[in-house]
Design a protein around this ligand. Structure first.
Ligand code: SF4
Length: 425
């Protein structure tokens, strides 16, 4: 039985207990929403995860950090350092997007290192392996796609991005309407090139039941990818993107019926005024499935600062109901992120997630802010470090400060200290 099937039969698992305790929600609330597909707990049945997490309705907003090699930079040790950095900064999940070097070895090493759920995009490895074997992308035998999924499942991957909604119908819509940035999803671009070359429908769509069989066997959560997500503000919320979402909604229903947990992936680049509609549409069309947004990036003109651009979009998306934010680093659109980029990206996303959780009224989030304010009023720097999203930065900034009871911002005119004298602690 898979987790969703257990939930439907009223069973409470150790994973459910762990998540309910962490989130301070009742077991019945959690079980009921897992059974309806509104909450997922990504975990391969054969993997042990130290820090599991629940994603979805009524839970705190989760954030994912992407790591992984490229053909130009493929060093396992470096990827393991990235895992450590992402975990230290507070990532809830990690995705290995490696497409260079020995991909299976890199994944297996990351799986050992990662104390949180691990996701992948299997088509990356399939394409790299397929091109080696068949020379050209368009000639790859689709069996390789399914073989790689099976192998990654055996390794213990907890959730997988599969671009099953990129259909010929959606591509023809994209062609007719035109786009500034075409297809920016790497997986989406791969599958479209394969479909065009073979003149066939997307095999993940036509053989979706086969995919579900594998996912069911390992209890893998499917993250239905948005291969046609907009890659620029000009392309936001167009017909191709919406067509793909409608297909993903149909596939999500089929997955749940087969006992497979599903997340839906979303944009991408969106102006602020499109965000609420995108979240509401996903929730309606996909019957409340957790929404995993890649950003959203609310402007195209801030390369080098896209972690901030995406934190603005992520805050609004999470406030309106998105459940899971994929981080964006300052290196986005420019190069492979390094350790410092990973850290910056995780912190920016965590700020976005927490800001949304406060506005959604999550008790734990509100309590943390109240405690921080109390420490601030008392000039309790240790307390502020303990509660801060980024204690490392607080510590570094305070390290040069000599006076323990005030800071160099206002010095003797410290309003907190003066008010404490009048109003007390
Ligand atoms: S000196 Fe100013 S900025 Fe620093 S703690 Fe006091 S009120 Fe806050």
């Amino acid at each position: 039985m898979t987790l969703i099937e257990k939930a439907r039969r009223g069973k409470i698992t150790s994973e459910m207990r762990g998540v309910a305790k962490k989130e301070q929600v009742s077991l019945e609330f959690l079980r009921d929403n897992i059974s309806k597909g509104r909450i997922v707990i990504p975990k391969n049945r054969y993997r042990k995860i130290k820090h599991i997490c629940g994603i979805g309705k009524g839970l705190s907003t989760k954030i994912n950090a992407n790591i992984g090699t490229s053909p130009q930079k493929a060093n396992i040790k470096n990827e393991l350092k990235k895992v450590k950095e992402a975990l230290k900064a507070g990532a809830d999940t990690i995705m290995d997007l490696s497409c260079g070097g020995n991909i299976p070895r890199i994944r297996q090493a990351i799986l050992k290192e990662s104390a949180v759920p691990l996701g992948t995009v299997p088509i990356y490895e399939a394409i790299v392996e397929g091109i080696k074997k068949h020379k050209e992308l368009r000639k790859i035998d689709k069996e390789i796609f399914f073989d790689v999924i099976e192998r990654q499942a055996e390794d213990g991957v907890d959730f997988m991005t599969i671009h099953a909604g990129v259909t010929r119908k959606a591509i023809s819509k994209l062609r007719r309407q035109g786009r500034v940035t075409g297809i920016v999803s790497r997986g989406g671009a791969f599958i479209v090139e394969w479909m065009m070359g073979q003149k066939k429908e997307n095999p993940f769509y036509t053989e979706f039941d086969r995919l579900l069989e594998i996912a069911r066997r390992y209890d893998i959560t499917l993250s239905l990818g948005d291969g046609l997500r907009p890659g620029s503000i000009s392309d936001a919320t167009d017909a191709a993107q919406v067509q793909e979402l409608i297909t993903l909604g149909e596939l999500a229903v089929r997955a749940r019926k087969k006992g497979v947990q599903v997340i839906i992936e979303g944009p991408g680049h969106l102006p602020l005024d499109h965000i609420e509609a995108n979240v509401k549409l996903e929730k309606k069309v996909c019957k409340g499935a957790p929404f995993y947004v890649l950003g959203p990036l609310v402007t195209d003109i801030a390369p080098g600062h896209d972690h901030l651009v995406s934190a603005i979009g992520g805050t609004l998306a999470a406030f309106h109901g998105a459940d899971f934010l994929c981080f964006v680093t300052p290196a986005e659109h420019l190069r492979l992120p390094d350790l410092s980029d990973i850290r910056e990206g995780v912190i920016a996303s965590r700020i976005a997630a927490h800001a949304a959780d406060i506005a959604k009224g999550l008790k734990r989030a509100l309590r943390l802010d109240r405690e921080m304010s109390t420490c601030r009023y008392r000039r309790d720097w240790k307390g502020q470090m303990r509660l801060a999203i980024d204690p490392q930065k607080v510590k570094a900034m305070r390290s040069g400060e000599k006076d323990v009871d005030i800071c160099t911002m206002c010095g003797p005119y410290c309003s907190m200290k003066r008010m404490e004298k009048i109003f007390g602690k």
